[in-house]
Design a protein around this ligand. Structure first.
Ligand SMILES: CC(C)(COP(=O)(O)OP(=O)(O)OC[C@H]1O[C@@H](n2cnc3c(N)ncnc32)[C@H](O)[C@@H]1OP(=O)(O)O)[C@@H](O)C(=O)NCCC(=O)NCCS
Length: 179
């Protein structure tokens, strides 16, 4: 278990699954998580899927708000091809906790931890064009745009590009030498 200024970052617990399902069923969140159609997630199937996903992640942090002890989301790292020492970052925070700096705090800690302990040389992610909040967090922390898939996602009656971003280990060390 780790702590940052406002968060406790702990391992996955089965009783997180109800909260994770609630997150998925928030349309504001779901549209950022899938390129499929927006639809309510069926309880047992989705919980089973997320349990497998969480337990299979190289690094999974369930995010707990230090002051209230509420579960507020999760941040994870999933390995891509091992030989490339590349991994994918995922983060989700409940919408009532957006805009308070927690996304930046959790992402920074997770990326830092992944570079420090997992021997990665890059961390990758994709984000939709309309997800300005996530793009702001990634850009602020030093992720760079590496490519764009034009009209990659149909959402809410319009097309959005999918933006591929990444950060390299030496870039991270230069930005955050204390890591
Ligand atoms: C993306 C997410 C993790 C960000 O978490 P958060 O706690 O809201 O982020 P923070 O409060 O740390 O930072 C948000 C930043 O977005 C900026 N922002 C908010 N709305 C914005 C907008 N419309 N346009 C541009 N920037 C915006 C804020 O100003 C802030 O930047 P600042 O600290 O430099 O002022 C969270 O919104 C979330 O979980 N969203 C749903 C899931 C998701 O999108 N995951 C990522 C998929 S790639």
């Amino acid at each position: 278990m780790f702590t940052t200024e406002n968060l406790i970052l702990r391992g996955f617990q089965d009783n997180d699954l109800g909260e994770i399902l609630a997150l998925r069923n928030d349309p504001l969140v779901q549209r950022t998580q899938t390129f499929s159609a927006i639809a309510p997630a069926p309880s047992s199937k989705y919980k089973e899927y997320m349990k497998t996903f969480a337990e299979g992640s190289a690094l999974w942090f369930s995010l707990v708000h230090k002051e209230s002890l509420n579960f507020i989301g999760f941040c994870c790292i999933n390995l891509l091809e091992a030989k490339n020492r590349d991994a994918r970052l995922g983060i989700t925070i409940a919408s009532e906790f957006w805009g308070k700096g927690y996304g930046t705090e959790a992402t920074r800690f997770t990326v830092n931890h992944a570079f420090r302990y997992f021997g990665l040389q890059r961390i990758s992610l994709d984000v939709t064009e309309g997800n300005a909040r996530a793009r702001a967090v990634y850009a602020k922390l030093g992720f760079k745009v590496e490519g764009i898939k034009r009209r990659g996602n149909w959402v809410d009656g319009h097309w959005e590009d999918i933006i591929y971003m990444g950060v390299l280990d030496d870039e991270w060390t230069e930005m955050y030498p204390e890591h």
